[in-house]
Design a protein around this ligand. Structure first.
Ligand SMILES: NC(=O)c1ccc[n+]([C@@H]2O[C@H](COP(=O)([O-])OP(=O)(O)OC[C@H]3O[C@@H](n4cnc5c(N)ncnc54)[C@H](O)[C@@H]3O)[C@@H](O)[C@H]2O)c1
Length: 366
């Protein structure tokens, strides 16, 4: 609880740093907002920001089946009085009916079968959750006449491996390497259909490699939490490429900024845009930073490249998001990494309990 209080304060501090438009603040007050996947790494940060913005007369409803973690309690959901947690599946009418009773005006759809390797291992569940789950949510949203439907899309799913850097929204790839990427791309296409056919006010936000407080390491999780977890235990970090590969690591609260602004600016409607840091960090320099911060002296372990992991570089253009919704990342990699490390140390007990690696796990540079 003490640690969650610290997290709530850090989200509030970030919101203050943003100096949000007063019209935007008024726009959110008193609204009922649904966040699917609100117990997850990104969603658990978003719901704190939304809870502040909607205020005591509003409500944030979290729909999450907690499938991402071993724990059956929503430990990652801040216990704030205007946050309501519903444990349920986005594919189930029982839970969808329940949450749509709450007079929802904005939907943030973040629930997903995360992520690439998981979808390679379980392609059918991945499609059921990501595609069928999303169509159901779109149907409920259209029937409830929600004013906006904001979707967590993915840069790696839209641009494939061969786009010109920095990746701009006018390029898409048909050469995707995992079911997860195909599903995320499909998700955007369904959103576009609901926009054109029913005028559902959709927004496609393309995230790039999120990291930050709230993400517990695990077999299918991202590279930063996994590497930090191993480094803090003095273990060797696995390198599946040359180390020269780059990623556009984006601090989770910068993504939250993009999502909050996507729910307000009219220019976002019917659009797709990148939410990223707009900076490249090489895997090698990230590994050095992790090992140094953890005081880890163990040698790097060279591992075979995963077949689907074909992206030598990832760097997003954030010009469109800046133009449409005034998106401006505030947290550079050094600062974001420090915050992540502090959160890791503060929450080590629960991280150790929940970190989910089965024998024969694959590493997670993705
Ligand atoms: N983390 C990243 O780097 C990244 C990058 C690009 C896109 N995204 C997208 O952003 C969204 C959030 O990512 P995240 O990192 O917070 O992932 P996450 O796995 O931490 O969160 C997703 C949440 O969805 C829940 N969930 C999964 N299946 C569900 C179902 N059938 N019904 C209800 N809830 C379900 C999980 O329990 C989890 O809490 C996802 O849609 C993801 O595809 C993430």
């Amino acid at each position: 609880m003490k640690n969650m209080q610290k997290r709530i304060e850090s989200v509030e501090k970030y919101l203050n740093r943003l100096e949000l438009d007063s019209e935007l603040k008024r726009h959110y007050i008193g609204k009922s907002i649904l966040v699917t996947g609100g117990a997850g790494a990104i969603g658990s940060n978003l719901i704190i920001a939304l809870s502040t913005l909607v205020g005591p007369t509003g409500k944030v409803i979290v729909l999450d089946n907690l499938s991402s973690i071993k724990e059956k309690n929503p430990w990652n959901v801040a216990p704030l009085p205007n946050i309501m947690f519903v444990k349920g599946d986005v594919r189930s009418d029982i839970y969808l009916k329940r949450v749509f009773k709450e007079n929802i005006s904005i939907v943030y759809h973040l629930a997903a079968f995360f992520a690439n390797q998981n979808s390679v291992d379980y392609p059918e569940i991945s499609a059921e959750v990501d595609v069928i789950g999303q169509i159901k949510l779109l149907e409920y949203s259209r029937l409830a006449k929600v004013e906006r439907f904001i979707y967590a899309s993915s840069g790696c799913a839209i641009y494939g491996s061969y786009g010109k850097m920095p990746l701009k929204e006018d390029f898409i790839s048909m050469h995707l390497t995992t079911p997860y990427q195909i599903n995320k791309m499909t998700g955007e296409m369904y959103n576009n259909f609901y926009f054109h056919n029913y005028e559902l006010q959709i927004v496609n936000c393309r995230f790039f490699n999120s990291y930050g407080p709230g993400e517990v390491p695990g077999q299918y999780r991202n590279v930063i939490p996994n590497f930090l977890y191993w480094a803090l235990q003095g273990k060797s970090l696995p390198l599946t490429g040359t180390g020269e590969e780059t990623r556009d690591f984006t601090y989770v609260l910068d993504l939250v900024q993009g999502l909050v602004k996507s729910g307000y600016y009219k220019e976002a409607i019917g659009e797709n845009f990148n939410l990223a840091s707009g900076k490249e960090v090489s895997i090698k320099s990230m590994i050095n930073m992790v090992n140094e911060a953890a005081g880890n002296k163990a040698q790097i372990l060279l591992k075979p490249r995963r077949k689907w992991d074909t992206k030598p570089r990832l760097l997003a253009s954030i010009e469109k998001a800046n133009r449409l919704i005034h998106y401006e990342p505030l947290v550079n990699f050094e600062e974001g990494f420090r915050e992540t490390l502090v959160w890791f140390k503060d929450n080590w007990e629960i991280i150790e309990k929940l970190a989910d690696f089965t024998p024969g796990m694959s590493s997670a540079v993705g």
